[in-house]
Design a protein around this ligand. Structure first.
Ligand code: ATP
Length: 237
């Protein structure tokens, strides 16, 4: 049985008066791809932001490798091995591809490590190598997604949080992004994936959770959720 890498225990998160996460609990085990699906506004992004400590929970705990990480500064969460690829990519538009990647690995201050990790990002996404001197803001949506994922990999994460990586991409690029997620997972990176594309997200997931208005309402293996009638009706069209 794989060890639990991440545990969310009875977490409540608010935006002022808005109760966005209501007593949610779930776990991610080492080596898994876990997909979190749900409609717009269900709380998927809030869950990822609570894990990476961009939002502090009002109640409950986030535990990474047996250490409580809720309420610690988010840069310390990153040092603990979590990398968060945010919704909308948030690359640095005026910096080149190389500079964006360097920003992801800045904590190492070791030029050899930076080079090794950049080569790894280039191997995963050869398009980034071709565009390495180009400014981030001039890249296509798909290339920006590759850059955001490459930048996250620069910190050598053990757990990657991906928020809607396929959003707005053409089908071929969606395919490429999902293949790269599986490749990273096969090379030992644990993945927590938030996706609007529930079909694809459940297809590659070992397990999944369904979030509805701030609560987890269903869990199962990716296959079980794909076969579930409620999931079929609400999320698989
Ligand atoms: P989407 O796919 O639309 O991003 P989501 O499942 O990621 O949906 P969240 O963005 O986590 O949903 O939002 C959960 C709830 O919190 C929603 O009701 C949303 O309106 C609210 N919310 C999100 N961000 C803020 C904010 N900055 N201020 C106030 N309310 C917010």
């Amino acid at each position: 049985m794989n060890k639990t890498i991440l545990e969310i225990n009875n977490v409540d998160t608010y935006y002022g008066q808005i109760h966005a996460l209501k007593n949610i609990s779930f776990e991610v085990k080492e080596g898994e791809i876990v997909s979190l699906i749900g409609s717009n506004g269900a709380g998927k992004t809030t869950t990822l932001k609570t894990i990476s400590s961009l939002l502090k929970p009002a109640k409950g705990e986030v535990i990474l490798k047996e250490k409580v990480i809720s309420r610690i500064p988010s840069h310390l969460v990153a040092e603990g091995g979590i990398a968060h690829v945010p919704e909308g990519r948030k690359i640095f538009p005026r910096m080149t591809v190389e500079e964006n990647l360097e920003m992801g690995g800045f904590r190492f201050k070791d030029i050899n490590k930076t080079k090794k990790n950049m080569d790894y990002a280039f191997e995963l996404f050869p398009r980034l190598q071709e565009r390495r001197k180009q400014k981030g803001g001039t890249l296509s949506g798909g290339e920006q997604q590759m850059l955001a994922m490459g930048r996250a990999l620069m910190s050598e994460p053990s757990l990657l949080l991906l928020d809607e990586p396929s959003m707005g991409l053409a089908p071929l690029l969606v395919e490429l992004i999902f293949q790269s997620i599986q490749k990273l997972n096969s090379e030992g990176i644990t993945i927590l994936l938030v996706e609007q594309n529930a079909h694809k997200a459940l297809k590659i997931a070992h397990r999944g959770y369904v979030l509805q208005t701030g609560s987890i309402v269903l869990t199962g293996t990716g296959e079980e959720l794909l076969q579930n009638n409620m999931v079929k009706e609400a999320y698989l069209g």
